[in-house]
Design a protein around this ligand. Structure first.
Ligand SMILES: [Zn+2]
Length: 313
């Protein structure tokens, strides 16, 4: 039964994901989200229902448009898959495990569980809010990765959502005044280092969008966990970028490009590797690296693993 519910939630998530793809593409264009039917970007053919089945259409038509055979971006199936997975994980943590992460972890767990038994609709409201946040964060992840910008509309909606959740928690769980103060300050305090970076560097090291995203991290996880998430995001970022650079250098050894090690393995030159090498993003240390995606990954590491994660660190 559990499996069946989770499969249905996955399919639902992937449908939401295909809608998020539309949102991501139409952001900052004049097209409204509900405007007109989706079209193929190359041949302008209006897409039919069979082109729009999440994941399956991409797999079945091998990632190409049915008429003009032009390649369709991997963003479509990846966002559908990612949204499906995150929806399943959130559903699992709410309804099938006892490791639920509520608002932020400053509230007594016993009280939270008691409140959920007495007022079961609260649990559903929080669940829906967390699904909504996941959808917003998915859009921010992709948009920041592609354009190095975090759209205000998305990030402010997420921050307000988390603030409402915190305030609801404060009322439901009868918080003390100290708890209230810390819960409300968590957002601005976690955002502060980013705002400082932004001011000191004149926007060269970090965009102000990262500070706004940190508001979500602070209000969503609380002060202690929020700062832990920040620390993780720097580590994840460093590992990802160093890994990417190393991979590029290694691939360069097998291709006609130069690499830092001065290695050339000519007899292994390979067209496929060359193709793959050119697909890798080429971040230089000083160039602007989108930081939002790392923060979002760190946010969910804490959200899902929370205390358990801190155990082995
Ligand atoms: Zn086409």
């Amino acid at each position: 039964m559990t499996i069946l519910i989770l499969i249905i939630i996955f399919l639902l998530g992937s449908i939401i994901g295909s809608f998020l793809n539309v949102v991501i593409f139409r952001l900052n264009t004049n097209l409204s989200i509900s405007h007109g039917r989706s079209k193929c970007f190359s041949c302008n053919r209006e897409l039919e229902p069979k082109d729009l089945v999440p994941l399956f259409s991409f797999l079945f038509f091998k990632g190409r448009c049915r008429t003009c055979k032009s390649k369709i971006s991997y963003q479509y199936p990846l966002v559908e898959l990612g949204t499906g997975i995150i929806f399943v994980l959130i559903t699992y943590s709410y309804f099938f495990s006892n490791t639920i992460f509520i608002g932020n972890n400053i509230f007594n767990k016993g009280l939270v569980l008691q409140a959920f038994t007495q007022l079961s609709y609260i649990k559903y409201i929080f669940y829906i809010m967390d699904l909504a946040l996941a959808s917003l964060l998915m859009c921010i992840f992709v948009y920041d990765f592609r354009h190095k910008i975090i759209p205000d509309k998305l990030v402010y909606s997420g921050a307000v959502l988390m603030l409402i959740k915190i305030i609801a928690c404060l009322f439901i769980f009868k918080a003390t005044s100290m708890t209230i103060i810390w819960a409300l300050l968590a957002g601005p305090l976690v955002a502060f280092p980013f705002a400082l970076f932004w001011v000191v560097s004149g926007g060269r090291w970090m965009g102000l969008g990262d500070a706004k995203l940190a508001l979500i991290v602070g209000w969503g996880l609380g002060l202690g966990y929020g700062y832990t998430a920040l620390m993780y995001s720097f580590w994840i970022g460093a590992i990802a970028i160093i890994g990417l650079m190393l991979m590029r250098e290694m691939l360069d050894a097998f291709s006609t490009h130069d690499n830092a090690f001065g290695m050339k393995i000519k007899f292994l030159h390979n067209k496929k590797l060359e193709y793959f090498r050119n697909k890798l993003p080429s971040y230089k240390l000083r160039s602007e690296i989108p930081f939002g995606p790392f923060m979002i990954v760190a946010f969910y590491m804490i959200y899902f693993l929370g205390r358990n994660l801190l155990w082995w660190i």
